[in-house]
Write a protein that binds this ligand. Structure first.
Ligand SMILES: NC(=O)c1ccc[n+]([C@@H]2O[C@H](COP(=O)([O-])OP(=O)(O)OC[C@H]3O[C@@H](n4cnc5c(N)ncnc54)[C@H](O)[C@@H]3O)[C@@H](O)[C@H]2O)c1
Length: 316
């Protein structure tokens, strides 16, 4: 099927980015939000994403801009890059995204709904149950959940053959991975439609052949972040030194705490809490101590890059 109308459910860190990227690539995009208050929280996120695109384009439009560390493949291809065209697409995207709190109205003609709500099983399940009778028969439904399997929700969607996972990375204009993972009822044609859609919004489709909690990326990333947090929580070292050790020792561009700031401390805290709650968890990390430290940062309003401060301070 040809996807034109896209609805993103949830306008948080990732939902706003997915919406912006799809609008940047010319799709008709609506973000569904649960309340007027959520609209007030999503608008500044969209404004800062627009600024991030424009700042990235400005950096790409310099003599060193084609280096892989600077050039954002979600924005353009190096050989056809034209900064003015990209800026026009950014303006058009920012003006075109619709925000809607009436779910039925938002999805009434949707070809694709991308669920990117908070990582809470109960909320997602309730959302799918409410959504199922409102969706047109044609609509493909995907989840951007980082830690939950689509098979856990398929039966609540009313369309298991049209339900799968499409998982993005944070800062999707730069980190343009799209992990695509079906469950046993997903029809191949719908899986393939999502592979094509991912390419159409300038992502690199990465196909999983079976369900795996954490997909490919987080299966590697999460133990890495836990290892960093554990070193801090047990007093072995501090965030700056831990990050510096990783960057100097491997040539990577960021260490675990810089990455957590980008992901957001709330999401990280929720993941750590899941492990705190596993009875007799044998993973070799001090999850309670890690949760305590993250909670102290959250209580101080240090939510990460999007809030201007997390483990590090950022210029607004
Ligand atoms: N942050 C990341 O780096 C990242 C990366 C990839 C995938 N994800 C996934 O994307 C999803 C969203 O994560 P995020 O970081 O954007 O979270 P977030 O906390 O920034 O945003 C969550 C959004 O969901 C909305 N929401 C929460 N509960 C709701 C409910 N009951 N009904 C309707 N809306 C509700 C909030 O208002 C907000 O708009 C999660 O499933 C997460 O696992 C996050």
């Amino acid at each position: 099927m040809s996807i034109k109308k896209v609805v993103v459910a949830g306008g948080g860190v990732l939902g706003s980015q997915i919406a912006f990227q799809a609008a940047y690539c010319g799709f008709d995009v609506t973000i569904w939000l649960r309340s007027q208050g959520s609209i007030g929280r999503t608008q500044p996120k969209l404004a800062s994403i627009k600024k991030a695109y424009l700042d990235t384009i400005a950096k790409m439009d310099t003599p060193e801009g084609k280096s892989p560390a600077i050039f954002a493949m979600g924005i353009a291809n190096p050989d056809t890059f034209n900064a003015d065209d990209c800026r026009k697409k950014v303006e058009a995207a920012a003006n075109a995204i619709k925000l809607e709190i009436d779910l039925g109205k938002a999805v009434s003609d949707a070809d694709l709904v991308i669920e990117s709500m908070a990582e809470e099983k109960k909320s997602k399940k309730e959302f799918y149950k409410t959504l199922a009778p409102l969706l047109p028969a044609k609509t493909i439904l995907v989840t951007n959940s980082s830690t939950m399997l689509p098979s856990a929700f398929a039966k609540f969607t009313g369309r298991p053959d049209k339900y799968l996972a499409l998982h993005f990375a944070n800062e999707i204009w730069k980190n343009n991975t799209a992990e695509i993972m079906g469950q046993d009822k997903t029809a191949k044609e719908n899986y393939d439609a999502i592979v094509a859609f991912a390419s159409d919004i300038r992502m690199v489709p990465l196909q999983l052949h079976k369900e795996k909690s954490g997909y490919i990326l987080n299966s590697m990333l999460i133990p890495f972040l836990f290892a960093g947090l554990d070193l801090y929580a047990t007093g072995v070292s501090d965030p700056e030194t831990i990050d510096k050790t990783w960057v100097l020792g491997t040539g990577a561009h960021a260490g675990p705490f810089r990455i957590i700031d980008v992901i957001g401390l709330t999401t990280t805290y929720n993941i750590v809490l899941m492990y705190v709650k596993i009875p007799g968890c044998i993973a070799p990390y001090h999850f309670k101590a890690m949760a305590k430290i993250l909670k102290q940062y959250l209580d101080a309003g240090k939510l990460g890059l999007s809030a201007g401060e997390g483990f590090y301070k950022y210029k607004k």
